[in-house]
Design a protein around this ligand. Sequence first.
Ligand SMILES: Cc1cc2nc3c(=O)[nH]c(=O)nc-3n(C[C@H](O)[C@H](O)[C@H](O)COP(=O)(O)OP(=O)(O)OC[C@H]3O[C@@H](n4cnc5c(N)ncnc54)[C@H](O)[C@@H]3O)c2cc1C
Length: 505
Amino acid sequence: MTKTSEQSRPQTGAEYLESIANDGREVWIDGERVKDVTTHPAFRNSTRMICRLYDAMHDEANSKILRAPLHDGSGWTHPGFLAPRTLEESIQQTDAYAAWAKIGYGWLGRSPDFIGAAFCPSFDIESEYFGEYASNAKNYARHLQKNVPYIGHAIVNPPIDRSTPETAKDILIRVVKETDAGIYVSGAKVVATGMVVAQEVLIAHHFIAVPDKKYAPVFAIDINTPGVKMICRRSYEQDAAKTSTPFDSPISSRMDENDSILVLDNAFVPWERVFMYDSAAANTFMAVPGQAARGLLQAGVRLATKLDFICGLFMKAAEVGGTKDFRGVQAGIGEAIGFRHMMWALMQAMTRDLQPWQGGYLQPNATHGHAYRVLAGEQYSKVRTNILKHIASGLIYLPSSAKDHLNPEIKPFLDQYARGSNGIDSVERSKILKLLWDTIGSEFGSRHELYEMNYSGSQEQVRVDQYTRSFSNGTADQMLGLVDTCMGEYDLNGWTVPDLINPEG
Ligand SMILES: Cc1cc2nc3c(=O)[nH]c(=O)nc-3n(C[C@H](O)[C@H](O)[C@H](O)COP(=O)(O)OP(=O)(O)OC[C@H]3O[C@@H](n4cnc5c(N)ncnc54)[C@H](O)[C@@H]3O)c2cc1C
């Protein structure tokens, strides 16, 4: 990311937009190279939604939530990019994650504060973890804090052949050349969500499939670096622009974080952006202290906000169909609300149940975060299914587009046959149910279910992590101990405790 020297505060929306317009980035969609992501119909409104995040920080009205002084006194930043030192700072941090999440109604999964949460303070506070690259890690954290760039991460190897790394070494990120100035890297990573309109990407590894240093660089790179290519999946924003109106696709038309195939083809990374370069070290990258707990807090707050939106919309949709007083429908909505409450409760627990970190800093309690990680995918699918079950044909008994409502020839028929209950007219009915379909039923909606299920690791991995962590955080001992206490109360000869009475004879 190119910075101006006088920047001692994060960029504004206009500065973000200007920095990514015609900056030489290589983005491909529908067989063509995109000239400017800020004007292309596949991305332009999504970039405007990101601008809103940055502009919100510059709005004085939000300063108590969305601004925190840098710890070196040189300016201010988004609070989520700093580790808290007090409960008050922790509460402000959670409020800041929520304030940004609300701007996207919970549908922006990869807003820049995810990296701010997950990696930024750890790079600073745990810089020793990065060995000979410690000063790079620390300086990079400072850069993220001062500039709050739009940065994403890509850490998973492409799903070409999971059975063995040997058949697919040529897809792995690898160093192809070293010079005094830095390294040249080639390979691919999955899935580069939002990267098409980002400024930087952090490349790391979930695990090093081939134990060889050349496959182990952990680094950050500017998105417009020559050799960085992004090959997009289909764009829902573009689909919406071509085939519908904002009335029909109000969310997918502006919050489509495109998931691209990220290819590096002999791309140059200066040494100062290299954080690890050793397979044993890189295998521990995901365990850098603070990373998991902080990332899960930001992600959980974002999901809780999304559930606020979904539950509100679910209630409105039941009102539209005149089903809101049915017991079964209430149970379906109630289950969704219960999950929403549970998510907020876990996030409150993470915010307040703080663990000491070095240097007087505090971390959220990761145990609550890992509980959310296990529950989220399953529960999100349940909420989605409840909506399909209870709103039923209402999700599809809808005119093709806003233009039908505007056509005087068919308008009267829509007003009569596609109206809502309780005095809700046909336009309002369409508005509510199209919003619900766009977010839950459409391809965008289905992609979000896939996201909630997988984004923090495969469904199996999140459960295995929970199991192994229980042995390191003491909860396994607690659970096993409870069973041992019970089993210690009896043996083959009966009760071994003095207060219980053995059977006679
Ligand atoms: C919408 C979306 C957005 C994403 N965005 C990002 C992003 O921004 N950045 C990023 O880095 N990643 C991103 N991801 C990737 C995400 O982290 C992975 O999807 C997740 O880690 C699961 O990995 P996978 O998809 O490769 O599935 P796999 O790991 O291949 O799992 C598929 C199945 O195979 C099983 N399996 C795989 N390997 C083994 C094995 N060795 N032994 C036994 N069983 C095995 C798993 O348990 C699972 O059942 C995104 C994914 C999605 C779906």
